[in-house]
Ligand binder design. Structure first.
Ligand code: COA
Length: 161
């Protein structure tokens, strides 16, 4: 049986830290579906279609990784995609509290879905999408922190369309 995991996030934009989590996830699962959340509360810099496009371009050569956008509950997406687990990355102890709450809440919403955590690579523990947006917006070089596919989008700047 093919084992599928959903890796959810806002991905505004996707970073090499996220890519690292996906690639680690592929050691545990046959298929990783990257779930790009609309997340209007965060007022993302890039619209949902752009964020999805960046993820798809990033994994264009990786057939075991697909991407979908979603606006509802993560557990509903997990059902829809017939996923066995939710995949998340832990960068530091400070991530734990939030991840623990989210995993517990998702378990309450659906007892059958497990959350699997992988440890992010040390080089990327300090990376977050917010820093990428900020540094890039001020003209800094983020080329070693994001997939090559993301660079033209960052160069073009904010696009909520
Ligand atoms: N490498 C780099 N950055 C990472 C990272 C990693 N391994 N892991 C997390 N981050 C960063 C993200 O880039 C993001 O940075 P930012 O806030 O500076 O932009 C931050 O850490 C956390 O964001 P992310 O991982 O995208 O998660 P999120 O908190 O934005 O997304 C959802 C949370 C989308 C998974 C959650 O809100 C959700 O499931 N929503 C659907 C609705 C639902 O089901 N709600 C109930 C959930 S209990």
């Amino acid at each position: 049986m093919k084992r599928t995991a959903i890796y959810p996030g806002t991905f505004d934009p996707i970073t090499l830290g996220h890519v690292d989590v996906v690639m680690r996830g592929l050691k545990l699962f046959d298929h990783v579906v990257v779930g790009v959340a609309a997340n209007p509360n965060k007022r993302p810099m890039f619209g949902l279609d752009r964020r999805l496009q960046m993820v798809r371009e990033t994994f264009a050569d990786e057939p075991a990784v697909t991407a979908v956008a979603f606006t509802g509950l993560l557990v509903d997406l997990a059902h829809e995609q017939r996923a066995h687990a939710i995949l998340r990355g832990l960068r530091a102890a400070s991530d734990f509290e939030y991840e623990f709450q989210m995993a517990t809440m998702n378990r309450r919403l659906d007892e059958k879905i497990e959350t699997a955590f992988v440890m992010a690579r040390e080089d990327y523990t300090f990376v977050s999408s917010r820093f990428i947006r900020e540094i890039s917006g001020m003209g800094g070089d983020v080329s070693e922190l994001v997939p090559a596919a993301v660079l033209p989008y960052l160069k073009a700047g904010e696009d909520r369309g």
